[in-house]
Design a protein around this ligand. Structure first.
Ligand SMILES: [Cu+2]
Length: 627
């Protein structure tokens, strides 16, 4: 029997927790973090949830480091017991009332996955965004067992930015992160200090935004046990409750001053479009974006008028001015992005009413901000921010080779589809403008190559997914100016849900690949990456950075994009339209990259108009997208 929630949770009753700070310089650059099984209360009215956490907390401590001061972390795996998450696949996409099961609590008739339930605490820590030697990067296969420690050295030779560390185990990253294994990592540098930006509490506040769901007991009460639920139509989990720093819909008290928020979307798959409201009206003008994944922008930027979009693992450095507000004023942060996010616009003025069951967004609330008495201090924002980063000039790109890489959905007979990355074709170096558009390929269409056998034969279909949750690696740039490609919005309405199942093709067409709506920068390998693995700090980027970085890391998407000879075709450009090409100078005689240990197959079919592309050759260490 499917149980229903009888006691709803009340928003904005828990104070926003600020994770414990761990300043590396105060520990001579040597830190110890223990992964522990523990208990955590996600909401005042919830029982404690069993979790796995770094130092036993959700999120883990926020590690703060200085650029140029190496840090050594001893990661101790002290996890005990089995995965504290119930993983399930609901038998139907909607419940008896036509409500999508992912919008509701509990298992929705699904049975707990015995494979997930049997997972012991094997783990590996990965610093997302770090320029890290391969041996310390936390590759998905480099797991260590409960009881084992691992000592990782991080050079921290990179720009100041908000990074995060999280579990990275092959195939189960999404479950381990969901269980709580995530924390923030802040790199600071001299340039930031010159700007006098808020640093540390109370005026610098990290916000780790995630979505979670919980089980119900026989009386419809939340038990606190974490539930990772998917359904037959949506392979990612899009849990209903928004959790910030480990609390559902918390509230933060602020003084009438300018605050700096280090925001990261740490959800497995959900994209957020954040809108700040006061009395139901958007107040986005209070927000100035000063940084992104890779640190400070060149200049401050306004957030887009319909809200700040953050995909999975994406970060934003924001200054929000509360200095003109009187104590007692309350603002709320709302999410207007449906899931899977298709880029469909939603007016910020309606953000208070953004709830959309069909869009797997039952609760748009994220958190509240309450003004309390205090000295009013308004901060002047410098017109120039970063001085150590310049995008490549168009002239510098003039002679650059182009690579075209597409995200394509690979269809598998009798099984869920998978999203993969494919190199499509080489675009001539000297034709076509480098304006972000793909020049039409004058060559006649080529037949799609026959499929090759997949490297890993599928096992339990529930462990394979049509659209894996993932996050991408992006370069320093602002949210503004992004323009999602036009897509039909998912039009599922209640009556439609009761219609007979449509053919697979049509079903998928109604569910556009939301991952493709936004530009993704993926660096291509360069000669440095050919060094032997043991002494190649950047080799990881030759391998991992070509792949979409997803929280599942199973098979295809983690596979490197093969960079073949010029003119070699691995896909069908007529079937995989490119939205963007981007290139940068590389050595003309760039050697062919090969990955003898990595076997990869071709897609059975590329999906028309579903391919976005990125092509980017790494020109310098600082421009390398990192994971
Ligand atoms: Cu990551």
């Amino acid at each position: 029997m499917v149980r229903a929630l009888t006691v709803p949770l009340v928003p904005f009753v828990d104070a926003l927790p600020v994770p414990q700070r761990l300043v590396a310089a105060e520990h001579q650059g040597r830190l110890t973090i223990c992964m522990r099984s523990s208990a955590h209360r996600f909401h005042r009215d919830l029982p404690e949830s069993p979790i796995w956490g770094y130092d036993g907390t959700v999120p883990g401590p926020t590690i703060e480091v200085e650029r140029g001061q190496p840090v050594t972390v001893e990661w101790r795996n002290e996890l005990a017991g089995r995965l504290p998450v119930v993983v399930t696949l609901a038998p139907t996409a909607t419940d008896a009332e036509g409500v999508p099961v992912q919008c509701v609590e509990g298992l929705s008739g699904g049975t707990p996955d015995p494979h997930a339930a049997a997972l012991a605490g094997y783990t590996v820590a990965h610093l997302h965004g770090g320029l890290t030697p391969a041996s310390y990067d936390g590759w998905t296969e480099n797991v260590f067992a409960p009881g084992q420690p691992a000592v990782f050295h991080y050079p921290m030779d990179q720009r100041a930015a908000l990074l995060w560390y999280h579990d990275h185990v092959m195939g189960v990253t999404r479950f381990n992160v969901y269980a709580g294994l995530a924390g923030l990592w802040i790199v600071r540098d001299a340039r930031e200090r010159e700007l006098g930006l808020p640093e540390g509490p109370p005026f610098e506040v990290p916000l780790l935004i995630q979505d979670r769901n919980f089980d119900l007991d026989g009386h419809g009460r939340l038990t606190g046990r974490l539930v990772h639920k998917t359904d037959p139509e949506v392979m990612e989990a899009f849990p209903p409750f928004t959790v910030v720093n480990g609390k559902i819909w918390p509230v933060l008290d602020v003084q009438p001053a300018t605050y700096r928020f280090r925001v990261i979307n740490g959800s497995n798959a959900r994209t957020y479009r954040l809108v700040l409201l006061r009395d139901g009206q958007p107040e986005l003008d209070r927000i100035t974006q000063i940084g992104t994944d890779q640190g400070l922008l060149g200049a401050p930027a306004r957030v887009p008028p319909d809200g700040l979009v953050l995909a999975s693992a994406e970060r934003a450095d924001l200054l929000i001015d509360f200095s003109d507000l009187v104590p007692g004023t309350q603002l709320t942060l709302h999410n207007t992005a449906t899931a899977p996010f298709d880029g469909a616009p939603f007016p910020a003025a309606d953000a208070a009413h953004a709830a959309d069951l069909a869009g797997l967004l039952p609760y748009p609330q994220v958190m509240a901000i309450r003004i309390v008495p205090g000295p009013g201090t308004r901060r002047t924002i410098p017109a120039e921010l970063a001085t150590d980063y310049r995008p490549p000039a168009p002239e510098a790109l003039a002679g650059a080779p182009r690579r075209a890489i597409a995200l394509v959905e690979r269809e598998l007979d009798g099984e869920p589809n998978m999203l993969t990355m494919r190199e499509l074709a080489i675009v001539d170096d000297d034709t076509g403008p480098l304006d972000g558009r793909h020049a039409p390929d004058p060559r006649p269409p080529r037949p799609v190559p026959d499929p090759l056998p997949a490297p890993d034969p599928p096992r339990d279909p529930r462990w394979r997914h049509r659209r894996p949750p993932h996050h991408r690696h992006r370069c320093a740039r602002t949210q503004a100016g992004r323009r999602p490609r036009p897509h039909r919005r998912r039009q599922r309405t209640r009556p439609e849900r009761h219609r007979p199942r449509q053919p697979q093709r049509d079903r998928r067409d109604r569910r556009p690949l939301h991952h493709l709506q936004r530009q993704v920068h993926v660096p291509l390998p360069h000669p440095r990456t050919r060094r032997p693995r043991h002494d190649a700090p950047l080799r990881n980027h030759a391998r991992g950075a070509h792949a979409l970085h997803e929280l599942r890391h199973e098979g295809d998407v983690r596979r490197p994009v093969g960079v073949g000879r010029r003119g070699q075709l691995r896909g069908s450009p007529d079937q995989c339209r490119l939205s963007t090409t981007f290139s940068a100078p590389v050595a003309p005689a760039r050697p062919k990259m090969s990955y003898p240990s990595m076997n990869w197959s071709r897609p059975k079919r590329c999906v028309t108009n579903r391919a976005a592309s990125i092509c980017r050759a790494a020109t310098s260490r600082s421009s390398v997208g990192v994971e």
